[in-house]
Design a binder for this molecule. Structure first.
Ligand SMILES: Cc1cc2nc3c(=O)[nH]c(=O)nc-3n(C[C@H](O)[C@H](O)[C@H](O)COP(=O)(O)O)c2cc1C
Length: 167
């Protein structure tokens, strides 16, 4: 295996550039069927004394069906050489194409959620809380402009149960 386990406290890097500029893949499923999508909104932090991730997934994403059906998901980060594959996973739906075939990525099933041999860093997350963004709760009402179709994100808070980095 070309990954090693780290604790969350050993992580380095700037999560703002890693998420906003470099993006991540949210993946869930099993050996029979999995799906992944690109995400650049989210976060990492401390909640209920756990180290957690926050992911925001619009209801029409195919990936949401996998997130709903499984207890775990992975967040994978990649080197710039995989930018085109990440772009594809953010443009196309797994409903229309087989993203494993289209990217050539090699899924690994050794943890509670699938991740990819090509990733440089992976966080395996256990769902602990979900809810939909509610328009009536926006204090800054301008943000509602992000939702002309009223497709408010579903928020996933996941306990980070495993961190893997490429050796
Ligand atoms: C750079 C980038 C970031 C994205 N971030 C998110 C996100 O945080 N949440 C979300 O719901 N969709 C996001 N998307 C859109 C999904 O990745 C896209 O709709 C994808 O095709 C969904 O695939 P699926 O239907 O197979 O789940 C992003 C797309 C790109 C290109």
């Amino acid at each position: 295996m070309n990954f090693k386990n780290l604790s969350t406290k050993e992580l380095t890097g700037n999560i703002f550039t890693e998420l906003h500029n470099d993006w991540m893949l949210i993946s869930s499923g099993d050996e029979q069927k999995l799906n992944m999508m690109t995400a650049s909104w989210g976060g990492f932090g401390v909640l209920w004394n756990k180290h957690v991730s926050f992911a925001f997934v619009r209801p029409q994403r195919y990936t949401l069906e996998f997130l709903e059906a499984h207890d775990y998901y992975s967040l994978s980060f990649f080197e710039p050489e995989y930018r085109e594959e990440l772009s594809l996973c953010g443009r196309k739906s797994g409903r229309d194409i087989d993203k494993i075939e289209a990217t050539g990525f090699n899924p690994i099933f050794s943890s509670s959620a699938p991740y990819f041999k090509e990733a440089s860093k992976v966080m395996i997350c256990k769902k602990i809380y979900t809810d939909f963004i509610k328009p009536e709760n926006f204090i800054d009402k301008k943000i509602i402009d992000f939702y002309p179709e009223h497709d408010y994100h579903k928020v996933y808070i996941g306990e980070i149960v495993e961190v893997l980095v490429k050796r």
